[in-house]
Every structure is written in structure tokens, then in C-alpha cells.
Design a protein around this ligand. Structure first.
Ligand code: ASN
Ligand code: ZN
Length: 327
């Protein structure tokens, strides 16, 4: 479930940012110095009942199953980013165990967060090679849990595209941290290792250049816009990706890329911290926030942490402007 989100607070009348705790998410406990992740990776053995058979618990040796060990390592990398960069102990700030299942169904071309755990398909082997192969995909799914426990962004329309984008931001941060890259060295791709060689494309999505990740005779062309003027209006139903949540996420993805690369250095130091603060500050975001409301909230959190007129605030405003959002 969604334990303690800010959903009942009306926007924007009762919106609040805690001025007595500048720049900190405030009410959540900080990670204990000796804290560690609590991981459990299961095998669905190509069935669909969850979680399946436990195959690797915390602190146990590699299983030898590539998908199991990639999931285990990806969960660890995501937990460490949260703990070491942002002082948060797991998705709920209270050490929530991280549960994953691999080998879900047969030829399953996706991965998802089901509200309690992550689930990864092996892919069909023709176009998709397996969804644990990219650490950013593992982090993306886990970040859906973080969003559920914090801002609770409604998975439809603009708030849904923000939910998707926040997961990609998390994916990019974990990938860059694992690879030891600065924002300038990074490729900003999501799912670079998920496609087989047969696919004409480099990844599922590109945060640096939304809309350019693939152009394939069978899979079609990457549909992501990189600017508000190209927002794709679709019905808000499951047959239409809940209003294009995986499509229009290109717009806030590009804003984050512009912001992070304007600041330079390592993505989690300043750009990621602003997104983390925005997501985790209670009462700041309504669940159905739109792009403009989210952009304004990022500027508020940036000002709390870095000050009005700071380099960070200036870079952030110009990043949003770059995708057509005046803050
Ligand atoms: N892999 C997708 C995601 O995490 C699954 C979905 O469509 N919800 O966004
Ligand atoms: Zn997602």
C-alpha cells in the first residue's frame, strides 16, 4: 500500500516546505551508520506466481544464475545510492527489504514494480535479452517503490509521466555511480543492454536525446518528445500507456539532463539531491501534480538548499525553460 503520502493535502493552498529544516526531507529517520540492504531474489521458474522460490538472500554467495546475480547487485547499488548519497535507509526510510523475482513467465518483454516487489522478464531472446542486464532498469523499477512511499505520483497523464521520469532519473544516477562517471562522461541511456544486436537502436530511452534511442523496422521509432510543444496527447487508459507515461517522460527527463549537465560533476551531488528533496519533502507535491507544478516544486527545493539566485536555481530554471516550461 501507500503508507504515508501527502495526497490529502490540497494543492497549492496548503502546500508547505519546512523552513525550520532547510533542504532536508525532515521527518524521515536518517540511515544508521551500520545499516545494510536486506535483499531477497526469487526465481519464478518461468511461471507467474510471486515471489517464487528464494534463490539468493542477503549476504549469500553469487548463485551463478546471471539474472539472479544482476538483480541482487542492482538492488545493492540502488540501496547504496539512497543510503550513501541521500541518507535514506531503503524505499521507506525504515529498512524495507528489497524483494525481486527473475525468470518471470516465458519470453516476457518487460520488468515492473507490482506495488510490493520488482519483477523481471527474461525477454524473448530475439529483440529483448533480459531486463536485469541494465542496472538502470533494476534501479528504475525499484524507484517506482520509492515514489510509492513518498510523493505517490498518480500513474496517468502528466503525473504518470513524472512518475516514469523519476524512475529514469534514478536509473541514470545508479548507472553513473556504478560506472564511476561524471554527468559529462555518461551516455544518459536507459536500458542500453536490454536489446539484442538485432534491434536497430541503442537503448529503451535516451535522457539526453529523447526520441532517438531506436528506430527499428519491427519495434518502430522511439516515440519520446523532448519539449512540451511535442507533448503526445493520448486517452488516459491502459491501452494508451495511461496517457503516454512512457512517452511524455522524455520531457522531464530532458529537463533533468539539462540541469545535471549544466552543473557538472557527479549527478547525485546537486541535481539528484534537488530531485530527491522534491520527491521526499512531505506535503510538497500533490499526487496528481502536473509538469508545471513539479517544475515549480524543484525550484522551491533548490532555493531551500542552495539559496535564491544560486547557480543551482539559475541552472534549474533554464533547464525547465529548455523543455518549454517557464518557472
Ligand atoms: N517497465 C515498465 C515500467 O516500469 C512497466 C510498466 O509499464 N509499468 O515503467
Ligand atoms: Zn516505469
Amino acid at each position: 500500500g501507500q503508507p504515508d503520502g501527502p495526497g490529502i493535502i490540497a494543492w497549492p493552498m496548503q502546500r508547505r516546505l519546512e523552513p525550520e529544516a532547510p533542504g532536508t526531507p525532515g521527518e524521515e529517520p536518517r540511515v544508521e551508520p551500520d545499516a545494510a540492504p536486506r535483499r531477497a531474489v526469487h526465481d519464478a521458474q518461468h511461471g507467474t506466481s510471486l515471489p517464487g522460490v528464494l534463490v539468493r538472500g542477503e549476504g549469500t554467495d553469487p548463485s551463478g544464475d546471471r539474472s539472479v546475480d544482476e538483480a541482487y547487485d542492482g538492488l545493492g547499488a540502488t540501496w547504496r545510492l539512497l543510503a550513501e548519497a541521500f541518507g535514506r535507509d531503503s524505499l521507506d526510510a525504515r529498512g524495507l527489504p528489497l524483494v525481486a523475482t527473475v525468470h518471470y513467465a516465458r519470453d516476457y518483454d518487460n520488468a515492473f514494480w507490482d506495488g510490493r516487489q520488482m519483477v523481471f522478464g527474461d525477454g524473448d531472446g530475439v529483440y529483448f535479452a533480459g531486463f536485469t542486464r541494465s542496472v538502470d532498469v533494476v534501479a528504475h523499477e525499484l524507484a517506482h517503490g520509492l515514489t510509492q512511499y513518498t510523493a505517490g505520483l498518480t500513474y496517468v497523464g502528466q503525473s504518470g509521466a513524472l512518475n516514469e521520469s523519476v524512475s529514469d532519473v534514478w536509473g541514470a544516477m545508479v548507472r553513473q555511480r556504478v560506472r564511476g562517471e561524471t554527468v559529462d562522461e555518461a551516455d544518459w541511456l536507459i536500458g542500453a543492454d536490454v536489446f539484442t544486436d538485432r534491434v536497430q537502436g541503442v537503448a529503451l530511452r535516451s535522457m539526453a536525446a529523447p526520441g532517438t534511442a531506436y528506430d527499428d523496422p519491427v519495434l518502430g521509432k522511439d516515440p519520446q518528445p523532448a519539449h512540451l510543444r511535442d507533448y503526445v496527447v493520448l486517452p488516459h487508459d491502459a491501452d494508451n500507456d495511461n496517457g503516454g507515461v512512457h512517452i511524455n517522460s522524455g520531457i522531464p527527463n530532458k529537463a533533468f539532463h539539462l540541469f545535471a549537465t549544466a552543473l557538472g560533476g557527479q549527478v547525485w551531488e546537486r541535481a539528484g539531491q534537488v530531485w530527491f528533496d522534491t520527491l521526499t519533502t512531505r506535503g510538497l507535491l500533490p499526487r496528481d501534480v502536473d509538469f508545471a507544478g513539479f517544475a515549480a516544486a524543484t525550484v522551491e527545493t533548490a532555493v531551500v538548499r542552495h539559496g535564491a539566485g544560486s547557480e543551482v536555481e539559475v541552472a534549474l530554471r533554464s533547464a525547465w525553460e529548455g523543455v518549454g516550461l517557464e518557472v
